[in-house]
Each structure stands twice: as C-alpha cells, then as structure tokens.
Design a protein around this ligand. Structure first.
Ligand code: ADP
Ligand code: MG
Length: 238
C-alpha cells in the first residue's frame, strides 16, 4: 500500500513561502499529474515527497506512515528527472543497476532486475552501450529503468519528457502510460504540458503560486474548471 497524503504542506526558502498549505490525497496505484506554470512549486513539492527537500510544516504520509523525517532511500520512492541524470562513463546496465549497487545488492539480483527493467522498456539489446551511443529517448528510458530496478511503490517524474522532441515525447508518453499499467505503482508526474496531463492522469492537481487551484479527473477539469486560471490552463475552448 502506498498512498501518498499531503496535509497542509508548506515550504519556505528563507522568508519566502513558496508552498502555501497544500492538501492532496493520492491513492495507491493512482497516476496523478501536477500541472501549473513555471515557478508555481511543482518541483519543490516532488522534492519534498522524495525527501530531497525539508518540509517546513505540515505532514507527509506514504503508505500510512508519516515520513517527514524519513531518509529518501527509506521512503520506497524513485524519482526520474528532466535531465536524465545518467552517468556517461557507465553502460546502460550499470546505470540501471546504480541504485542497487548503492544498496549493495548481489550481482545476480542486479542482473535479474536489470533484465526485467530492460524487458519492460524494450532495451535488452542495448545493455552494453554507453549513453553517448543512445538516442535522447533511449537515454530517458535508462533513467526510467534505473527507477524500475529499485522496485519503488511510488514513482516521481519531474518533467521527464521536456528535453525530447515532439514525436519522441508522444512515444515516451505512451510508454509511461504502459509502464503504469504494468507496474500498478503509484505515480506522481509533473508537467506543464496539457496534453501529457490530459492523457496520462487519473487525477490532475492544478497548482498556482504554491496553492492548489483544483483537483479532479481530466474531463472534470476540462468541462468544469473551478476558475479562469484552470480554464485557461486545461479547460475546453469557449
Ligand atoms: P516549478 O517546478 O513549478 O517550476 P519550483 O518548485 O522549482 O517551481 O519553484 C517554486 C518557487 O520556489 C520558485 O519561485 C523558485 O524560484 C523557488 N525556489 C525553488 N528552489 C529554491 C531554492 N533552493 N532556494 C530558493 N528558492 C527556490
Ligand atoms: Mg520544476
């Protein structure tokens, strides 16, 4: 069970409050997309869920426990970043196994988990390559593969496709959708791309200036936006 519950979460950098009391409930296995303009706090929220950023106040629960003070690697989450964050000197296999290497997994365990991730991502033939021998989409798949091998119960994606060209973005979007179906994991996905949000999400959270504007199913937001801001961002053309 890995539902993720944010209760009155706030974050200040110095004296500036950038997350201003956010309440969100994400159910186990749900695909939730955070959307909103640049600077509204999407990455900060994800980084707090991942444990990469302290929470100023409020409580964060993952799988029924408050994890505000739990170390990132103990939270059962894996994060995929916009910049691929893969190592150029390592092969695809080594990159995918990286989290397991850190966790001192056995060679056999690493290989079996890498094989499984490679099968899911259709990268079995590319495991001995270096990142320089891969396309942009394949590199991003390596980053996703690294997350998969860790078997997290929650995946966090921070604009994972924004460095890819439009055609590739569409392929990868479908691939991430398939990944969610196959793994049945909870996924929290940040984007400022309306199409990604509308096609991938079970539930969309619209953010503006560190606050939640509306939460709902894509079609609810599309047809019944709560205000002009949501309408402008996701609503039906009027
Ligand atoms: P988004 O991902 O939606 O573009 P961010 O979460 O990156 O937004 O940023 C939200 C706000 O917090 C912005 O105003 C940004 O400048 C500020 N911010 C983010 N990280 C820091 C930091 N480490 N120090 C100070 N301000 C920050
Ligand atoms: Mg961001």
């Amino acid at each position: 069970m890995a539902d993720v519950i944010l209760k009155d979460i706030r974050k200040s950098f110095g004296r500036v409050e950038v997350i201003k009391g956010v309440d969100i409930t994400i159910e186990d296995g749900e695909f939730v997309v955070f959307v909103g303009p640049s600077g509204c706090g999407k990455s900060t929220l994800l980084r707090m869920i991942a444990g990469l950023e302290d929470i100023t106040s409020g409580t964060l629960e993952i799988g029924g426990s408050v994890v505000n003070d739990v170390q990132p690697k103990e939270r059962g989450i894996a994060m995929v970043f916009q910049s691929y964050a893969i190592f150029p000197h390592m092969t695809v296999r080594e990159n995918m196994a990286f989290g397991l290497t850190i966790a001192k997994a056995s060679k056999e365990e690493k290989e079996s988990k890498v094989q499984e991730a490679a099968r899911i991502l259709q990268m079995e033939d590319l495991l001995d390559r270096k990142p320089s021998q891969l396309s942009g989409g394949q590199r991003q798949r390596v980053a996703i593969g690294r997350a998969i091998t860790r078997k997290p119960s929650v995946f966090l994606f921070d604009e994972p496709l924004s460095n890819l060209d439009a055609a590739l973005r569409m392929d990868m979007r479908m691939e991430i959708g398939r990944l969610h179906e196959q793994l049945a994991a909870t996924m929290i996905y940040v984007t400022h791309d309306q199409v990604e949000a509308m096609t991938l999400a079970d539930k969309i959270v619209v953010l503006k200036d560190g606050k939640v504007m509306q939460v709902g199913k894509p079609m609810e937001l599309y047809h019944e936006p709560a205000n002009k801001f949501v309408a402008g961002f996701l609503g039906a053309p009027s």
